[in-house]
Design a protein around this ligand. Sequence first.
Ligand code: ADP
Ligand code: ZN
Ligand code: ZN
Length: 727
Amino acid sequence: MSHHIVHVAVPVPLRQIFDYLAPAAMLTSLQPGVRVRVSFGRRSLIGVVCDIHNTSTLPQGHLKLIEEVLDQEPALTPALFKLAQFASTYYFHPIGEVLAQALPVALRHGDPVEAEPDLRWRPTPLGMLLAKESLQRAPRQMAALQLLRDDPQGISREFAQVFGITTRDLATLVKRGWAEVYEHEEPQGLPSAQLAQPALPASQEQKLAIERVLNTTGFQTFLLEGITGSGKTEVYLQIIAEVLQRGRQALVLVPEISLTPQTVARFQHRFRCPVVSLHSGLSDKERMNAWRRARHGQAGIIIGTRSALFTPMRHPGIIILDEEHDASFKQAEGFKYHARDLAIVRARIENIPILLGSATPSLESLHNALRSRYVHLRLKQRSNHASLPVFHRVDLRQKKLDEGLAPETLERIQRHLKQNRQVLVFVNRRGYAPVILCHDCGWRVPCPHCSTLPTLHKAEACILCHHCGFRQPIPLRCTSCGSRDLRPLGVGTERLQGVLERHFPNFPLWRIDRDAVRNQRALQKVMDDVHRNEPGLLLGTQMLAKGHHFAAVGLVVIVDADSGLFSADFRGPERCVQMIEQVAGRAGRAGQAGEVLLQTHEPEHPLLTTLLTQGYSALARQLLEERRSLQLPPWSYQALLHAQSNQREATLEFLKQVHDITTEASPYGPIMAPIEKKAGLFRAHLLLQSTKRADLHTALERLNGPDAPLLPDRVRWWLDVDPQDLL
Ligand code: ADP
Ligand code: ZN
Ligand code: ZN
């Protein structure tokens, strides 16, 4: 009997696909993107078909048969299949794992692509009229019938279950002619393009941007650089309205949906069409439902975070990626892709436009815009007559600080509260203090497992390492000299809460960080309070900085503007000014001019000076020039080879050997990582860099080639292409 050879990508960390046999009868349903069940080693795994061939390099007798074909139609649409293949090559990540990531969890576990029929029960006219007395001796049937009568539109099995009614009860009613079962169908066809809420009259700048995007056909990348509050979201909404009008769907990617329910609500309120939002709070089943509605074209708008990039669309119309500079678009673990970069590739494959938006574009995107690879669109004015906030530097040198706050800062807070405004106090650290210092000898309490300093958390009476999660009791004595004079150094949100409550006891304080606000509901509750717009203090970490619209905030205080200026990572300054600009952008968004106080020990720092006198846009161009002179990205391309083990020398030695075979990409290192030890493991880096991507790629290929060094026991390594984090 003739068999065909099928190449299957299996979700294992091997950069390889595997051959299986398929009997001719199976062949009709096999095509790229279809899921199959295969035996792999001693396990049974779900893989994805990549290719079908007549020959194999292995003798056929050694090959196993495919056990089961799971899909009639490819689970991965051709566009997404192509995207995954591209990503696997580009990021040097095993294709099996990439393909698995591109599928919702339920599909990875073998659930069907098509939903089971959605059955509903409703009463028949007979059931509606039936006299209750006739069911007196059958209380269960009576309860079931009553439930149906209350809801004659029809109810689902799950709904009935909530009331203790089983499918069996419902079946009895059907048998007796009192109820009928039918299949509920979502309305098919294109989502409605009607607006539920009228669009705002677009400003001249907005109009220009909207028209530019809508007048392109096919693939094109746009960068919308618009200051905070300039109405970028309004631009997205109006573009989407037209895309829907044309019978197409929009995919909107945002950094962290859970933090910005407001944004999702804005989309939902504007349109009548179904908007699905894919966030971490969904169950696998809900996610699968959303995925299906996108795949069938029923959802007009799909909003999601990074991984929503892989949501299929029946009628793709546009991709919009908001806050494109945000670091959360890069996946930090496992398959280390950048959703922005892959979204652009997807748009090219689907031949649709993609719009990247930010008030503080990444230098990568700005570079592409300045070199005309992207169309550069700008919004330079705030909408809604709001004016830009005024910045002031607060020179901290030689000032007597009250737990990190200068007297003039406290004074200014007082003034704004008295004028019935809200004040936002930003510090990028949670906990009480980031360091515990011996005042006698200068020793700092270390984490026993990392080369970092753990943070003091006062309320929980512990010190906690934010890198490995290790918790220990607060030490009473210095390990080095035995002194009892241990002092907390630096400020976190917890410490600031204390000092602010002491100074402003008559005003509410809303603390927003991961310790104070642990879930979506808690956040929503705080936000509801804040949005009442009564005077009070908002205190928090970057959870506060992203995308929120606080109408009543008149003053923003950045407690430590210097923290990012002296980072070991060359992106430190870029990140620091983006953060300042984003946090500052929360001030004065509704009418009254806002103020921003930057507390700094470096008031003359050129970065701060440029930011304050010329703005982010000018500063970003200056940083870009600096990168050019150092030949750093985006003027060159990097890949970081990370290795770690419990042995320092073995780790370095392995990277040294890699160094010797990757000379095309001028390898730098190996060096110990800036955070040298984490969770008990030594971490080392080899940084590859080239001005030509092809050279970088050639060098990386060597890792799979015949000269690749043998991996010593217990050393683990991975690659990060276009790394965003060098720590
Ligand atoms: P961004 O996304 O750039 O931060 P938003 O789209 O959130 O800006 O707009 C900021 C505020 O300005 C919002 O309250 C929005 O309703 C309002 N706004 C945006 N565009 C207009 C417009 N054309 N006319 C009036 N108000 C507008
Ligand atoms: Zn000491
Ligand atoms: Zn630690």
